[in-house]
Design a protein around this ligand. Structure first.
Ligand SMILES: CC(C)(COP(=O)(O)OP(=O)(O)OC[C@H]1O[C@@H](n2cnc3c(N)ncnc32)[C@H](O)[C@@H]1OP(=O)(O)O)[C@@H](O)C(=O)NCCC(=O)NCCS
Length: 158
């Protein structure tokens, strides 16, 4: 039914997920994307690093939370970047990554980096094209992690 399709240009806000109920929404999106969709083990997906991270949540004007990302406070490592399937390719990843960049810049960081999944083989995904479109460049050679190829990528903050 057409009325159930997501809007092509959704209106949204990005919030810093400091409150437990916002964090729960981040975790629900991560579960749907990384565990249910990509098949990651829950012990890999959720780890102690979450307590050391700043989390962001993208919420549509309708109130639906559809995207999340986190950044490790100690070293500017971005991760657990997830947009729900029906909302991908609409430009919603960009404002989330920009929220991370603004945050790291505001605390004096000089760069943001990530370990991007880098191959569709073995059930993995290749997100390197997304990060490249957002200004990230490769750092070093690709490597295997948790059974899939990964590539370190870095963005230099102006
Ligand atoms: C990766 C992900 C977060 C991107 O989010 P998104 O909302 O679809 O991305 P956007 O629509 O904001 O895209 C921004 C730009 O990147 C491009 N892009 C997005 N995904 C891409 C891909 N896989 N390969 C190449 N380019 C891509 C878009 O075309 C767009 O380019 P443009 O600005 O020139 O039009 C999303 O696909 C996702 O949640 N994937 C599953 C989880 C995952 O694998 N996360 C990364 C783990 S390392």
């Amino acid at each position: 039914m057409d009325s159930l399709k997501p809007p092509t240009n959704p209106r949204y806000k990005v919030v810093r997920a400091d409150h437990p109920e916002e964090l729960e929404k981040c975790m629900a999106i991560r579960k749907e994307v990384f565990i249910d969709e990509q098949g990651y083990d829950i012990r890999i997906e959720t780890n102690d690093d979450d307590a050391q991270c700043t989390h962001f949540l993208l919420i549509l004007d309708s109130g639906e939370p559809v995207g999340t990302v986190r950044v490790l406070n100690s070293n500017g490592q971005l991760g657990r970047f997830a947009i729900l399937v029906p909302y991908r390719g609409m430009g919603l990843g960009r404002p989330l990554i920009e929220a991370v960049h603004d945050h790291v810049r505001s605390v004096g960081g000089k760069e943001v980096w990530c370990q991007s999944q880098a191959s569709t083989e073995d059930g993995g995904v290749d997100a390197t094209g997304f990060y490249r479109r957002c200004g990230y460049v490769n750092q070093g050679e690709a490597f295997m992690k948790e059974g899939t190829l990964h590539q370190n990528m870095v963005f230099t903050l102006a």
